[in-house]
Design a protein around this ligand. Structure first.
Ligand code: AMP
Length: 278
């Protein structure tokens, strides 16, 4: 039986009676196969699965991105039930940010480059809401997608630094057959943009292929990804990165684990994707 809860109090009361371990899957709704894969992973490992559905205003650096973010709670609840989630917390904004709320969680260096630089305030919003969710749910495990690789790193850092008892589990990126990473924002793509969107994954795979051929110059790997992106006239790259997989500092030479990542505009929609080397 899936139960839908709205308030902090309802959630806490429901959690007091559940079997442990508890697995938490935080989402902003408009659920797709990527979210389903996190739910299944939680179901496989934890006795109780908690899904949160909350479009977090604090993590949007553009008001228009927040207002046009897709929402369909009825459909999301049906998907959670189908996947056997036990508890769904779908709160209002005021229930998350209680009256007088005045705390911001700000993670340091790992939150600065890439998405942090492109979207000021984004990771403060993410870290703050995830800290609230971790505090409320006190799950043994929380599941996040590798699709948002920097987000996983920011949350790991936060959980470690603040001694939060929830283990952060990263799960593989789920893709469409043509390679496009599933994302709630894909719904905004007009047909020609959708047709162009697999170029992100193609560019990352070209970067990986160059690395597999022995290329170790980070500049050369970035150029290879840029070259592939440039074959698609609709794609406007925001950044193309080849960074240390631990620190996210841009590399000169690739001697160890490395994150290839990119952000690309297609019309008014900004997509991100990444590939971890090796
Ligand atoms: P969102 O609802 O977009 O905030 O995403 C909620 C969670 O689902 C985050 O941990 C995302 O990284 C994860 N997620 C989103 N898209 C995918 C995907 N294509 N594959 C795997 N996980 C994903």
């Amino acid at each position: 039986m899936t139960r839908v809860l709205r308030t902090r109090v309802e959630l806490s009361q429901a959690l007091a009676a559940v079997e442990r371990p508890v697995g938490l899957v935080p989402t902003m709704g408009w659920l797709h196969e990527g979210h389903r894969s996190l739910l299944r992973r939680a179901r496989g490992a934890d006795a109780t699965t908690v899904v949160t559905i909350f479009v977090n205003p604090r993590q949007f650096n553009q008001a228009s991105d927040y207002t046009r973010y897709p929402r369909d709670e009825g459909r999301d609840l049906a998907i959670c039930a189908e996947e056997g989630a036990d508890l769904i917390w779908a709160p209002s904004v005021d229930e998350v940010y209680v009256p007088g709320f005045d705390t911001t969680v700000s993670v340091g260096a790992v939150a600065e480059p890439l998405e942090g630089a492109a979207r000021p305030g984004h990771f403060e919003g993410v870290a703050t809401v995830v800290a609230i969710l971790f505090g409320l749910v006190r799950a043994e495990h929380a599941y996040f997608g590798q699709k948002d690789a920097q987000q996983v790193m920011v949350i790991r850092r936060m959980a470690l630094d603040l001694a939060l008892p929830t283990e952060v589990v990263a799960c593989p990126t789920v893709r469409e057959p043509d390679g496009l990473a599933l994302s709630s924002r894909n719904v905004h793509l007009a047909p020609p943009e959708r047709a162009a969107a697999p170029i992100l994954h193609a560019a990352l795979l070209a970067g990986r292929a160059a690395w597999e051929r022995g290329e170790r110059s980070a500049k050369a790997l970035r150029s290879e990804m840029q070259r592939v992106l440039a074959t698609e006239p609709m794609a406007r790259p925001d950044y193309v990165s080849c960074a240390d997989a631990e620190t996210l500092r841009e590399l000169d030479r690739v001697d160890g684990p490395c994150l290839l990542s990119l952000a690309v505009w297609l019309g008014a929609t900004r997509l991100i994707d990444n590939e971890l080397l090796p």
